[in-house]
Design a protein around this ligand. Sequence first.
Ligand code: COA
Length: 327
Amino acid sequence: MGDKTLKYARIIATGSALPERVVTNADLEKLVETSDEWIRTRTGIRERRVSNAEETTGELGYRAALQALERAGVKASDLDLIVVGTTTPDIIFPSTACLIQHRLGANGCAAFDVNAACSGFVYALGVADKFIRSGQTRKALVIGAETLTRMVDWNERETCVLFGDGAGAVVLEASDEPGILATCMHADGGYKDLLYNPVGVSAGFKDEPNHGVRINMSGREVFKVAVKTLDSLVGETLAAAGMHESDIDWLIPHQANLRIIEATAKRLKMSMDRVIVTVDKHANTSSGSVPLALDEAVCSGKVQRGQNLLLEAFGGGFTWASALLRY
Ligand code: COA
């Protein structure tokens, strides 16, 4: 159980998992009328991973979690909490968190999913931070896992070039050393029609390919709101932590579009060599994107212990969220 004297939630290890299959922009040129040049210049994406039938959200999340736990030296049975950010659960219920919990052998701890679309992982991290700060939880596993390509209409060039699959995970531990310093979470359901999947259990499915499951997106409008919203979000997060732009060592943004990432970096007066970019290799993996980028940054040696990281994300809802932490 938790200890109220321990103030912070600290990331003690990260992990990630990607599907085997790489789909390049050149591969997509064979499916729809597009070009590598168009995709690269508009989005920064060069390739993405696409999962096979066995590589479900739960499977990718499980692999990422196992790696994070091994690196942390934490036994699954010691976990008090598992939170999974996902908008593409394996099945409707039980939650993907419960499926992963059982495979890990962490049965008995609290486990649930958070659906905040692409902001899912950062939301989940914020939720786990609150559990740890409350003293109720000592060790938590937070996962962002998605198979968004299951929703992609491969005939629609406006969306099919943008998305990929993958998962990342972190193990959090209660600590008296900083840790997560500030988290912010927001949503505005008034923007639903700009980015949504039109069908579901209660609203019903359609007599269409893939039962009507698809991504509806007004790309240009999403782009504009994302840039504006992230601009104010990073200011809010810095203020909440009592920090300045110059205190941030690394920006680890949601990987949807390189131009959106560049706009946020500019707002923070950060050069792009202090920004973790994986959108070129992973495309938009929704909740998977931030923890995948974090894990890559840690494994490459870029992110070092004691540095300040700003994580942020934006997604369908609209939702937007951030976490400023000392790694
Ligand atoms: N290949 C080639 N041409 C394409 C294309 C593709 N894959 N997709 C769209 N086009 C065409 C459009 O049909 C349009 O043609 P037209 O001028 O003849 O009408 C043209 O390219 C420009 O389209 P537009 O939508 O204005 O492009 P854009 O510069 O806004 O870039 C996005 C499109 C989708 C890349 C960009 O708007 C974006 O990234 N938006 C945010 C999406 C996002 O991040 N969503 C997830 C949020 S979590």
